[in-house]
Design a protein around this ligand. Structure first.
Ligand code: M6R
Length: 603
């Protein structure tokens, strides 16, 4: 969703800001803008559409060495030039970029309008520019603080003022703000992706924190004005991890990286001596692990699906009742928060608002919440009491692939850990560890079959709708594969437990509605085969993902076997490629599917 970039130093700021915005394009946006403070004061340019359209609009003389920029995802008001950020106050001296939503914007707008302020845009964010501009405080920090006192809602903001050209003031409440510390230059962004090509030394602000950045200095403080001691940390991701690396799309790159990514999530964590794993950041000792009576996993979209597989792993390896629920629903049903339940928030970005809000609700009620998160230092990672990092590396494509796989592997590690503090035997612990170690090579084996999967994608790309089925462990695989297909190909797809077919969805089966069936060689094989018979009897086309050729299927993608508990990890991978090649065959914009954003930081 929206992205912020800012710079102060000696270099010409506009090209730096545009480069930063380009690095944030993956998050999804509909317009962009930039403000620069130069010798002749504040200048802004804004454009609907892509960053390249903003670039084309920049005048030749747009010099300055301090500036802020933004990519906007419309919430209040249409995506157009006027509603794009930065927003200015009436005198054109203050420029503000804002991520988040100001809940009391209409009220503030009405008050300011009654005082004679004329609004240029329909956005909630513009009120901030006017509030800062009208503040009579002496310093820019005080003016911003003054404005924030009137605001209810979430924000990550950067503020530039023509009368204070030596600084940018930023603040965070519910929307990320990261400072990038350079040599006699400073950067700010809502996402480290925009910073890593310049510096890997970053300071992540906490909610309720503000900062002033100058070319050679920064200082952090609370919105009340007391100093805080945020010190820089080093970002572990390299700038090159954000490049396409010779692939045509980020999605293809990220699918191809999965063997290495899985290797990374396992690295240094396996403890062969006790057939268990070491998870340093869990903050859960053996006694506490044994006291857990139930596990509740919360996530959205793909992370929710990874949580479903995770819950299955925890139940089977640790024999603790576990389930996964969409975080977006959780807090609205006034959940019973149980002190003996271990809550786990799952998120690739660590920023998803619905997940963060669920974590905050749980913490408020005294629950212990762990995180299974990819982005180190993200809001969810910081809010939770401990957790497991997924170590998938940056995921740029809007649709999640390698993070899904790594998240499930992280759950396998957690399940093994919980299991070995309880009743999982040494022999079973060893069996799972050996299975985990086989995964990277088996993933590579599946990826080598891409040509075959591409051919199949062409066979099925004419479908207007597709059914995905699986049983027990196979069902979340079907759910995730169906989400992948619909997100990037726009083919309608739905997933059902195979056992539910005859309770309704069988009515949909006909030659024009192919079925993708997840059919592992487990104790449910015969039952799955019966479902394939039912579909065949209705002239349905079937593509099976299985451990051996399925007679009733029109096509079978054969995947290598692992331990039954870990099979879902491998069975999902060919279906990512199926979605990818189907979308490619249909000419879709794979990395930026319509209407979707990478991080959903608003409700
Ligand atoms: O960053 P998160 O894992 O919290 O994101 C959750 C969902 O928004 C995300 O998984 C979404 O479903 C993706 N588009 C899936 O491909």
């Amino acid at each position: 969703m929206c992205g912020i970039v800012g710079y102060i130093g000696k270099r010409d700021v506009a090209p730096l800001l545009l480069e930063g915005l380009q690095r944030l394009e993956y998050r999804g946006y509909d317009s962009a803008g930039v403000a620069v403070c130069g010798k002749s004061g504040l200048k802004t340019v804004k454009a609907k559409g892509r960053v390249r359209e903003l670039d084309a609009k920049l005048p030749k003389r747009f010099a300055g060495s301090v500036g802020i920029a933004h990519t906007r995802w419309a919430t209040h008001g249409a995506p157009n030039d006027v509603n794009a950020h930065p927003h200015l106050d009436s005198e054109g001296k203050v420029a503000v970029v804002h991520n988040g939503i100001i809940d009391n914007a209409s009220e503030l707008r009405a008050k300011l309008t009654a005082d004679g302020v004329e609004f240029a845009s329909e956005t909630d964010s513009e009120v901030l520019a006017h509030l800062v501009g009208r503040s009579e405080a002496e310093t820019l920090e005080e003016k911003v603080r003054h404005a924030l006192r009137s605001i209810e809602g979430t924000y990550g903001i950067a503020v530039l003022h023509a009368d204070f050209p030596d600084r940018i003031v930023v603040a965070r409440n519910g929307s990320p703000v990261v400072l990038g510390i350079g040599e006699k230059e400073m950067f700010v962004s809502s996402d480290v992706a925009a910073l890593v090509s310049h510096t890997r030394q970053v300071v992540t602000l906490d909610d309720g924190e503000m900062a002033t950045i100058k070319a050679d200095d920064y200082r952090t403080y609370t919105t009340e004005g007391s100093r805080t001691s945020a010190s820089p940390t080093t970002v572990e991701w390299e700038a090159e991890s954000y490049d396409m690396g010779g692939h045509d799309t980020y999605m293809h790159k990220e699918i191809s990286e999965q063997a290495d990514a899985v290797d990374r999530v396992l690295r240094g964590r396996i403890d062969d001596r006790f057939s268990t794993v070491r998870l340093g950041g869990l903050n859960l000792d053996a006694r506490e692990a044994r006291a857990v009576r139930r596990v509740k996993i919360l996530g959205c979209g793909t992370s929710y699906h990874a949580g479903l597989i995770g819950a299955g792993l925890i139940e089977s390896l640790a024999r603790v009742p576990a389930d996964s629920e969409p975080a977006s629903e959780f807090r609205y049903r006034n959940p019973v928060v149980d002190p003996d339940t271990l809550y786990i928030a799952v998120s690739q970005s660590g920023e998803t608002y619905d997940v963060l809000a669920a974590v905050q609700e749980l913490k408020r009620k005294g629950a212990r919440v762990l995180g299974v998160v990819n982005v180190v230092g993200s809001a969810i990672a910081r809010e939770t009491d401990g957790g497991v990092y997924v170590h998938a590396g940056p995921e740029v494509c809007v649709v999640s692939t390698k993070c899904f796989t790594n998240t499930v592997v992280a759950f396998a590690l957690l399940a093994l850990h919980l299991g070995r503090t309880r009743d999982l035997s040494v022999a079973d612990g060893k069996r799972i560890i050996e299975g985990l170690r086989r995964l990277p090579a088996q993933i590579s084996e599946i990826l080598e079959r891409e040509d075959e999967i591409e051919r199949l994608a062409h066979e099925y790309a004419d479908a207007r709708s597709m059914m995905f089925i699986g049983r027990v462990r196979g069902y979340p695989v079907a759910l995730e594969a169906s989400l992948k297909l619909k997100e990037i190909s726009y083919i309608h797809a739905e997933a059902y437990p195979a056992s539910e077919l005859k309770h309704g969805p069988l009515a949909l089966i006909e030659p024009a509605m192919p079925t993708v069936a997840v059919v592992p060689d487990d104790d449910l094989l015969e039952k799955n085969r019966a479902a394939l018979e039912e579909i065949k009897a209705r002239s349905g086309r079937i593509l099976a993902v299985a451990h051996r050729e399925q007679e009733k299927a029109d096509h079978t993608i054969v995947v290598p076997r692992n331990e039954v508990e870990l099979d879902p990890i491998l069975m999902g991978i060919p279906l990512q490629l199926l979605a990818y090649h189907t979308a490619l065959a249909l000419g879709r914009d794979i990395d930026k599917p319509r209407n979707l954003a990478k991080s959903v930081t608003v409700e």
